[in-house]
Design a protein around this ligand. Structure first.
Ligand code: 3H9
Length: 709
């Protein structure tokens, strides 16, 4: 039974029991409604407690179900609005007892109760906007009545959750319960028996006077300005503000209709589909065929990092921030000192910005232990190698680590593109070797590619997946190939950005088109930030692998040849001032035109939509190959890599989701067109061709693959 009814003498108890988080899945609202009716009829019941089983009260409407509605695959909306009104109309006081999270529909349900009590550590919020929707069961109407207009606008438009003690101050929660929540809630319910049970929808004192909209006008104006500034696709946030505003200008029933209409509009919008996909895809990551959740993980109580450069230092900070002691080693004292001083500077900036307290930082720094002696690694559980990219050197490091580290210690490499199997071959423990590919700056970026080599054991993978969570990263399991998933797809994206400039597009036009598409930064600005010389060196190293006759990007190599490596040399695609602010450089276009003319590349006008299609579809076409090869387990995994590591707009769901929403028939047609115009680099991936002809999407393919496994 997902909703249980019991009694503690004169107090009826309704328990919602729908693991893992008591989401209001189909059938649950109906069952709560029946339980309320039963309480109403039971003469022995004088008050009611509504509580969730397990760690949470209710985490909201069922996102799996809402995602189906957003995708047009279901019409069924959660039947919450009527239930909440029915609860409010109950003649016996209902007390919502909140532990863990009361979010979205969960908070809306609690606001339909006459009182709310909470355990310490509980939190409440209306995070719907993060899913591209707004509260759809009266949340925008009842929250301002409890918390006041300004706070309700903020909570509904920004989606942040708040802790129980703040919720008490705001009037959302009536009392914090110390000790057992249920017993405390039952006692509270007895206290309020006989009181006139306040209906939230009738509590108008915090709304301002109805019919005098100017009272709150400044709050709404500031909120709108704020979300437009902070969010690239603020549709849901603006709708949430409109809905709260309606609460202050219209009678309850009418303003509820405004909320319903806006909720419906948001729910059928593309951003809602994309953001719900992102929520669910992130949770899917932990599901790895053949590695069940109960696969024993190895303990990771101490870590070591080889290499105190920018990457190594950042990685050491990640472990220290999670409370895990970490050695950091480099070849000489000077390198170690440089690395540590960077770490200290990073922490100092975090303190200045209010992200960490000085005490937190002092404690973290205590956990970072610099050393020149690899012998110190003999007892650690995990080593992450972050030395410069070069196979021969990496193999030497791994052979030494293998000699020094205890049996069973995991040896990970942070390489961005080298073959992990070959690195593992330098050890006698290939089962304990894998890639842990952090993204720069490692202490900030959420993404961690967990690269599985041929021999990597299930336990080592399970350990790494759990460790990713522990250190606050989104861990995505990927297969071993050049560039893994992220960089392998980024390479054609970057290649096309360069080609476009070589064919006549302005540098700024390329960046602007992709920024307007939603990317955090344009590809050429990203290249300047990362350093153009990295690709230049790599191209030189792998020149022997290039197919003769296939077009290669030339502009960045030439820019490097004239000393323009990007931000680090003050010039690349752009010029940079002393604050590293990009300034368009009139010298670049003539240089590129000259190189293009020498290479015989015809010049033409290129539109913004073509820029986007060229760059994004190049990425998607490679993604299709990655998916077919099994290098990524699901299309959603690729999307998670792009949302968390490459600045892809979350409201577009990731490159594979975006392609599905465009329709693979269309994507394939465009890729085929580019293939004809631009040659073999654009050969359509077989999977793209197949799915397009079958009228299916990458998500369908991933679902089928999962079913086969
Ligand atoms: C809404 O309420 C609309 C309303 O206004 C009314 C409309 C009429 N549904 O995150 P975790 C699953 S919109 C379905 O890893 P944690 C999740 O998929 C909703 N499933 O745990 C995962 O499944 P699995 C507004 C859900 O402890 C498992 O629970 N609410 C839902 O790190 C564990 O999740 C929100 O946006 C859901 N609502 O964090 C809150 N929530 O085990 C969304 C979770 O198969 N939820 N699951 O992988 C959260 O923020 C976090 O899950 C929470 C727990 C903080 C609750």
């Amino acid at each position: 039974m997902q909703v249980q009814v019991t009694r503690d003498s004169d107090v009826g108890i309704i328990t919602i029991d729908n693991p893992p988080v008591n989401a209001l899945s189909p059938g649950i609202p109906e069952a709560i409604g029946e339980a309320v009716e039963q309480m109403e009829r039971d003469a022995a019941v004088r008050a009611v407690v509504l509580i969730g089983a397990g760690r949470n009260f209710v985490a909201g409407a069922d996102i799996n179900e809402l995602a189906k509605v957003a995708a047009g695959k279901s019409q069924r909306r959660p039947l919450l609005l009527e239930l909440i009104r029915r609860m409010e109309d109950c003649s016996k006081p209902i007390v919502a007892a909140i532990q863990g999270n009361a979010l979205g529909g969960g908070l809306e349900l609690a606001m339909g109760a006459h009182y709310r009590v909470a355990a310490a550590g509980a939190q409440v919020g209306q995070p719907e906007v993060k899913l591209g929707i707004i509260p759809g069961a009266g949340g925008t109407q009842r929250l301002p009545r409890l918390a006041g207009v300004a706070k309700a606008v903020e909570m509904c438009a920004e989606g942040a959750v708040i802790k129980a003690d703040e919720a008490v101050k705001l009037g959302i929660i009536d009392r914090l319960i110390e000790g057992g929540l249920l017993a405390g809630a039952v006692a509270f319910a007895r206290e309020v028996v006989g009181n006139r049970a306040p209906k939230t929808r009738e509590r108008n004192d915090k709304l301002g006077k109805l019919g005098t909209p100017q009272q709150n006008a400044a709050i709404f104006a500031a909120a709108r300005e704020n979300v437009r500034k902070k969010q690239r696709a603020p549709m849901a946030a603006l709708a949430a503000i409109d809905a709260v505003e309606a609460a202050t200008t219209l009678p309850f029933d009418e303003s509820c209709q405004v909320e319903q209409k806006l909720f419906g509009q948001c729910l059928s919008s593309a951003p809602a589909g994309a953001l719900m996909h992102a929520f669910l895809a992130e949770r899917e990551l932990a599901k790895v065929p053949g590695i069940p959740k109960d696969t024993p993980a190895l303990p990771v109580q101490s870590v070591a990092v080889v290499g105190a450069g920018t990457m190594g230092g950042g990685i050491a900070m990640v472990f220290a921030n999670a409370g895990i002691p970490v050695f950091i080693k480099d070849v000489d004292q000077a390198a170690l000192d440089r690395g540590l001083s960077k770490v200290q500077n990073n922490y100092a900036t975090s303190v200045k910005r209010g992200r960490f307290t000085q005490q937190f930082v002092d404690e973290r720094l205590q956990l970072i232990k610099p050393t020149l002696n690899i012998g110190d690694f003999s007892a650690v559980d995990l080593v992450v190698e972050a030395v410069f990219e070069g196979m021969a050197f990496k193999k030497e490091v791994f052979a030494e680590l293998d000699r020094v580290c205890k049996p069973g210690a995991i040896l990970a490499t942070n390489t961005s593109y080298l073959d992990i199997d070959e690195i593992a071959s330098a050890t006698r423990r290939p089962e304990a070797v894998l890639g842990l590919h952090f993204f720069s700056p490692a202490n900030v970026m959420r993404l961690l590619e967990i690269v599985r080599a041929k021999a990597t054991s299930k336990e080592v993978i399970a350990t790494s997946m759990q460790l990713a969570k522990r250190i606050g990263k989104v861990g995505v399991l990927v297969g071993n190939c050049r560039g893994f998933v992220g960089n392998r797809m980024f390479s054609p994206y970057r290649r096309e950005a360069q080609f476009l400039v070589e064919e006549g597009a302005e540098v700024q036009a390329v960046d602007q088109a992709l920024y307007d598409f939603g990317m955090a930064m344009g590809p050429l600005s990203v290249a300047d930030l990362a350093g153009l010389d990295i690709g230049w060196r790599m191209r030189k190293e792998f020149r022997h692998l290039q197919k003769p006759g296939v077009r290669q990007p030339l502009a960045e190599d030439r820019l490097c040849e004239v000393g323009r490596y990007g931000q680090k040399t003050g010039a690349g695609w752009y010029k940079y001032d002393q604050n590293r602010k990009a300034i368009p450089d009139p010298e670049v276009a003539p240089m590129v035109r000259k190189w293009a003319a020498e290479a015989g590349i015809a010049q033409r006008q290129i539109s913004a939509p073509e820029i986007v299609d060229r760059c994004i579809y190049a990425m998607v076409n490679e993604g299709a190959r990655i998916l077919q090869e099994g290098i990524a387990l699901r299309a959603g995994d690729i999307d998670m890599i792009y949302l968390n590591g490459y600045g892809f707009p979350n409201y577009r769901g990731g490159p594979m989701w975006y392609a599905d929403t465009v329709g693979l028939k269309k994507v394939y047609a465009r890729v085929s067109e580019f293939h004809q115009q631009l040659g073999e680099l654009w050969e359509p991936a077989p999977l793209l061709k197949q799915l397009a002809s079958e009228g299916r999407g990458f998500a369908d393919f991933s679902r089928e693959q999962a079913a086969i496994v």
